[in-house]
Unconditional design. Structure first.
Length: 263
């Protein structure tokens, strides 16, 4: 398994500043890796008692059997999170939980994945990717098509971490929409958006919802936010080049449209 180095946050302490209502049903925040997992997790952590937050691990298929009973047992509801691909085991394990799925535009996901791979926070025997011998174009193509025996293609990730969950009672949210609503947090639209997110998690919107959302969404609290990664690499462009956009469309035809991305 890759080694990921992350800094600690103080959201457990900030959580205690608010009156917390007990969680009534298990909630699982699933996501495509590198799609804003920490953002939605940290926001929701401000609405759930700390003792009902499952901090033991990010839940994934390799560790599912060791954590499913504690994370998803309806008699002791917990808020948990992870990158759980679709399978018979994952469907059975999460059947009692409210499932939220966070996705990201594949075009920007390629860039986010590339930045993470070349950061000092990620160790997986791929240090050579961080050197100048790999061109930025080649690096981006590896993020799209994968690295044989070392990293999966994005098609596999999006098929099993996103597409296969659709239509199963899982509620899908876009990372970009959360960011957009945060930028207009004082608007009625933003209030309605976060009220729906809370309702989908079985949580009633408190009067101080905005303050909680702003604390949870503080990028300084996110270990994997772009500015918090140790990246000494300026090869990765700010916008995915047109040729790589076309390659994404070849690698995953129809995926962006399925997830609600139209441009």
């Amino acid at each position: 398994m890759p080694t990921i180095t992350m800094k600690q946050d103080n959201l457990n302490e900030r959580n205690l500043e608010f009156v917390q209502a007990p969680l009534r049903t298990p909630v699982f925040l699933n996501s495509v890796p590198k799609s804003g997992t920490h953002l939605i997790r940290n926001i929701m952590r401000m609405f759930v008692p700390v003792e009902q937050q499952y901090h033991a691990t990010f839940i994934q298929i390799p560790n599912l059997r060791g954590h499913a009973m504690k994370a998803f047992h309806p008699a002791s509801p917990m808020l948990s999170w992870g990158h759980l691909l679709f399978s018979d085991e994952s469907v059975m394990a999460t059947r009692t939980a409210r499932r939220i799925l966070l996705v990201r535009d594949p075009y920007t996901w390629v860039l986010a994945r590339a930045r993470f791979f070349v950061s000092e926070n990620f160790e997986a025997g791929l240090e050579h990717l961080k050197g100048p011998q790999i061109s930025p174009e080649a690096l981006l193509n590896m993020m799209i098509f994968g690295i044989h025996t070392k990293a999966p293609p994005m098609l596999d990730i999006y098929q099993f971490n996103a597409a296969a969950w659709i239509g199963t009672g899982t509620v899908v949210y876009q990372y970009e929409e959360i960011v957009r609503q945060l930028k207009s947090i004082d608007s009625p639209e933003a209030e309605a958006f976060f009220a729906k997110l809370l309702d989908d998690c079985g949580i009633e919107k408190p009067a101080d919802w905005k303050q909680r959302v702003l604390i949870g969404s503080d990028r300084k609290q996110s270990a994997t936010a772009r500015e918090n990664l140790s990246v000494d690499d300026d090869r990765i462009p700010a916008v995915l080049p047109d040729i790589q956009k076309r390659l994404v469309d070849v690698a995953m035809p129809g995926m962006r449209a399925l997830l609600g991305y139209r441009d």
